[in-house]
Design a protein around this ligand. Structure first.
Ligand code: BES
Ligand code: MN
Ligand code: ZN
Length: 497
């Protein structure tokens, strides 16, 4: 996909299609009025007949208007003018791109009304446009037999720029946005793959592929013998019930100064979570193939860092395992020793993510990190608390948590803080080991984070629970690519600072 800017002479623009906005009750936007004038009032006539009321998310393709170089105009509804802002705008862009994707349009110029600069500045306008374009054209990995769907013809998108300065900012945003979107779509691809294909070894191979493609990336994979040497008893306990061997993937982007403390991203890579001996109920168990979404976000974000040559050192650590019941599987009541030396009584084998993460987080210490952020589809309780709109953020560093929340606002990939005060840790008491791996039903998202907190003392650490945001259920089941946009924004800001 090529992204460019355009600035004047909408009637003479040499593209296949112009995209213009219409407010509720068929009210033309300023840009739409300009198109209407060039077209001798034909657009106004059409709207006058009530053919397009302008509801957000609806589109109408109009062909061969006179007076325009472009052969088509796509009307995209913006909803009521008084509630216009980022959300309806994003909806209108997505709907427009999806509609274009169903046509033969190869090039399209956006002349869609924008939210004001306070809500969306030029840079983020470019970024969002590129991200939304790629997201709307995304197709799931096609494992159906028979005729392959044709990819969309759209290959050139032009964003409107008011001035030269604006064009520069927009172009910067478009470039970043394209890289973010390609990374987010990579995360979606990995998540959408079924557990029999996307195994721990598949994730490791994917990381090796990234390292081959990008000079700034290097990869190391620790297998069972090495994991035993590292004394990762918790991670190995989860893996022992599976025929798939565990993999600890370490992917490094060296973009900063030598010796500069890196940001370390740690991902939960449970390629399928059956619950183990504490077996999950059958309904929607297939969705536990997405339990590696944190890992996928880490790999995607590292590929983003390499793609934009981010001037920052970033390390990705992925704990990749499959959680299965078996004669050899870990059982409730078993006590294992973590790499940190702390013992854990496994009271529920379905609370496996924290077991994988505690050893992966311990491994992060050797990088003397500036910050450690773990990403995990960790708890159903987080979905109960926040639903599907915000990821949960917790940690031992208020400033870091705030930084992530702010990145989420800018990237339209939002996260919300949950309290992580000492009391929650007390719910993890065990009669037999240092801690239990569960803290009861109440505050489940927080006690899970409190467990991780036992292993991150002295680090600047934050935990993101993405159980409610990394994929969608139902008719549109599929990965969302979240929180890769948030992480990309966080890293870009860190690189600027
Ligand atoms: N991967 C799940 C969390 C999950 C569940 C994410 C549903 C998205 C949707 C995790 O490993 C898990 O099973 N957590 C348990 C913890 C409990 C046993 C303390 C949960 O949330 O039920
Ligand atoms: Mn589980
Ligand atoms: Zn899990």
């Amino acid at each position: 996909m090529r992204f460019e800017t355009w600035s004047s002479g909408i009637a003479a623009l040499d593209v296949d299609c112009l995209v213009v906005g219409v407010f509720d009750e068929s009210e033309l936007t300023a840009e739409a009025r300009r198109v209407d004038q060039a077209a001798g009032g034909r657009l106004g006539q059409l709207l006058g007949r009530g053919d397009f009321p302008g509801r957000a998310g609806e589109t109408l393709l109009v062909a061969d208007l006179p007076g325009l170089a472009a052969g088509r105009v796509l009307l995209s509804g913006l909803g009521p003018r008084k509630s216009f802002g980022r959300r309806p705008w994003r909806k209108a862009v997505s709907a427009a791109v999806a509609a274009l994707g169903r046509t033969g349009v190869k090039s399209a110029a956006f002349a869609l009304e924008r939210p004001d600069a306070e809500a969306l500045d030029d840079y983020y306008y470019g970024r969002a446009l590129a991200e939304l374009t790629h997201a709307a054209l995304y197709r799931v990995n096609d494992l159906k037999s028979g005729k392959k769907p044709k990819p969309a013809a759209l290959s050139r998108v032009l964003a409107e720029a008011a001035s030269r300065g604006a064009a520069r900012e927009i172009a910067r945003g478009l470039a970043h946005g394209a890289a973010v979107a390609v990374a987010a779509n990579m995360q979606r691809d990995l998540g959408n793959l079924p557990g029999n294909l996307c195994t721990p070894r598949y994730l490791a191979e994917h990381a090796r592929g990234l390292a081959r493609r990008h000079r700034s990336l290097s990869v190391k994979v620790l297998e069972e013998t090495a994991l035993r040497r590292e004394k990762m008893g918790c991670l190995l306990a989860v893996a022992q019930g599976s025929a798939e061997p565990p993999q600890l993937i370490v992917l490094e982007h060296k973009g900063g100064k030598r010796g500069e403390a890196p940001v370390v991203l740690v991902g939960k890579g449970v390629t399928f979570d059956s619950g183990g001996i504490s077996l999950k109920p059958g309904a929607e168990m297939d969705e536990m193939k997405y339990d590696m979404s944190g890992a996928a976000a880490v790999l995607a974000t590292l590929s983003f860092a390499a793609e934009v040559k981010l001037p920052l050192n970033v390390v990705g650590i992925v704990g990749a395992v499959e959680n299965m019941p078996d004669g050899k599987a870990v059982k409730p009541g078993d006590i294992v020793t973590s790499a940190a030396g702390l013992t854990v009584e496994i009271l529920n084998t379905d609370a496996e993510g924290r077991l994988v993460l505690c050893d992966a987080l311990h491994y992060a210490r050797r990088f003397k990190p500036a910050a450690v952020i773990d990403l995990a589809t960790l708890t159903g309780a987080c979905v109960i608390a926040l639903g599907h709109h915000h990821s949960g953020v917790l940690g031992n560093d208020e400033a870091l948590v705030h930084e992530l929340v702010e990145a989420g606002v800018r990237a339209d990939d939002r996260a919300w803080p949950l309290p992580l005060t000492e009391e929650y840790g007390e719910q993890l008491k065990s009669n037999f080991a240092d801690f239990a791996n569960i803290g009861g039903r109440d505050g489940g998202a927080i006690t899970a984070a409190a467990f991780l907190g036992k292993f991150t003392q002295g680090l600047h650490w934050a935990h993101m629970d993405i159980a409610g945001t990394a994929w969608q259920s139902g008719a549109h089941k599929g990965g969302t690519g979240r929180p890769t946009p948030l992480l990309a924004d966080f890293l870009l800001r860190r690189a600027e600072a």
